[in-house]
Design a protein around this ligand. Structure first.
Ligand code: HAX
Length: 438
């Protein structure tokens, strides 16, 4: 008698053929308002989400509330003597669409400083986890563990008008955001720095305090500000943002919602790609006996990766069709601070050769790099070579955008999210009847 698992596999094989047939011959058949290709293919390009926090053009890239990356960096108040703006001012801007004055920015710095104390039980929980637990699992667990602090959950159970939902959401989101840098730094120092810690520095902004708690010299504070701002959001359709919004739509509080988003970010073709880039480059170094690869070596290595059925991490994108301007912004930082660093030279060499190889390979719709191709080298340069930590840094940044989004979701009373599913039988029926060709 076949086991359940064997029986399942017998079903999977012919079903795969049905799905492939639908995609090959009936991709453009319209069912209601979407095509069969969109229905099976991860809802690509379907406009069914609203966010004012950021927008994404396939050719231009990201805008934060209408401003390009360059404008965002230039126009928001800067930490005195630093190249990049206050993360707190960026939070103010994302929430309101108004560029804050220095006084308004500093009031958020002070407010966050008051909220930043992480409850001791969070550290205790982290300490009970096996030390080889992935840092993203630790990060997500720490966020979820704080759910008992939720003001939204308490007020909802006490009874609250829908028009008031945004207010405890705001409180929860500020509390959560203010604590994330300390949690991230704690995970790093506990896991990789023999349990040594630097207590939070009062009166420091998020970027400065994070660098301090990580034990990093300047200009890592600026690298942190830049990293957090660039990773904040990429319109709300990406996995981590959408997951956060989706879970929040059930009126789950921000702790449940962000933890879900962070779990999505931990996928290797989403946020974890930044660790994959460094793992992959190190593999190249290792294969070539520790040498910086020549262009020819690198080309062969890229082809080997593709021919073994793996993706080139840091390249391709579901929406973008050009080099990600976040990649360019990170590259500008490297050109200024680490122009002669070997690893940066390799990253640049990959940029020279990978797009034409991906074009020749013929699968990826976008052969250009995304931000993950460039972010890890900065942290590596500052001595954070434990690349499985990189996605946590992404997560601190991503929280800024997605928490701003879910405050607005509640303010505008967006309903619970509930797309409609169809069966493969139904799709085949649409295909047989021809649907409406797009
Ligand atoms: N290397 C090799 N193959 C690639 C590729 C890459 N970098 N990018 C896309 N492809 C392949 C896809 O796997 C897909 O193959 P199948 O038809 O066999 O499934 C095909 O090309 C078409 O894919 P696509 O339409 O161009 O891309 P998707 O929208 O399906 O996926 C991804 C977009 C970003 C997931 C994809 O480009 C990828 O896996 N890139 C490498 C991982 C990566 O860098 N991820 C980070 C993206 C940015 C981000 O979210 N950061 O958090």
């Amino acid at each position: 008698m076949p086991t359940l698992k064997e029986r399942l596999y017998e079903k999977i094989v012919p079903h795969r053929a049905r799905t492939a047939e639908l995609l090959k011959h009936h991709r453009d058949v319209v069912i209601d308002t979407v095509t069969i290709g969109q229905c099976i293919g991860g809802v690509r390009d379907v406009k069914c989400l609203v966010t004012d926090i950021s927008s994404l053009d396939p050719l231009e890239g990201i805008r934060f509330r209408g401003m390009t990356i360059g404008e965002t960096f230039a126009r928001l108040p800067h930490v005195p003597g630093c190249e990049y703006p206050y993360v707190e001012g960026f939070w103010y801007y994302l929430l309101t669409g108004d560029i804050p004055t220095m006084t308004e920015t500093l009031s958020v710095v002070e407010d966050f400083s008051m909220r930043s104390q992480v409850p001791q039980y969070v550290f205790d929980i982290l300490r009970t986890m096996p030390r080889d637990t992935h840092p993203m699992t630790m990060f997500s667990t720490a966020i979820l563990a704080m759910q008992r602090e939720s003001i939204f959950a308490r007020k909802y159970s006490e009874g609250m008008k829908k028009s008031d939902y945004w207010e405890p959401m705001y409180e929860d989101c500020c509390n959560l955001l203010a604590r994330l840098p300390a949690i991230a730094a704690y995970i790093y120092r506990m896991k990789y720095k023999s349990d040594t810690f630097f207590p939070s520095g009062r009166y420091l902004d998020i970027g400065g305090n994070f660098a301090h708690m990580m034990g990093m010299p300047r200009p890592y504070d600026d690298a942190a500000r830049m990293t957090f701002i660039l990773h904040s959001d990429h319109e709300s359709g990406n996995v981590s943002s959408h997951a956060t919004h989706l879970v929040a739509s059930a009126l789950s509080d921000p702790y449940y919602s962000l933890s879900a988003g962070i779990n999505g970010l931990a996928g290797p073709i989403h946020g974890l790609a930044n660790q994959e880039v460094l793992r992959w480059i190190q593999e190249a170094f290792h294969k070539l006996g520790g040498q910086v690869p020549s262009e020819e070596d690198l080309k062969n290595f890229i082809w080997d990766t593709l021919n073994s059925g793996q993706v080139i991490p840091g390249y391709g994108h579901a929406v973008l069709r050009r080099t990600d301007p976040r990649y360019t912004a990170l590259k500008d930082f490297c050109e200024k601070h680490l122009p002669d660093y070997d690893l940066f030279k390799v990253v640049k060499m990959i940029y020279e050769v990978a797009p034409s190889i991906l074009r020749a390979h013929g699968k990826a719709k976008n052969p250009w790099p995304n931000l993950d191709a460039q972010s890890g080298v900065i942290h590596w340069y500052f001595g954070i070579t434990e690349y499985d930590f990189y996605t946590v840094l992404f997560g601190v940044g991503r929280a800024i955008g997605v928490l701003a989004t879910i405050i607005w979701d509640r303010a505008l009373g967006y309903p619970i999210e509930r797309p409609k599913s169809v069966t493969t039988d139904m799709l085949e029926k649409f295909a047989a009847e021809g649907g409406l060709k797009k």
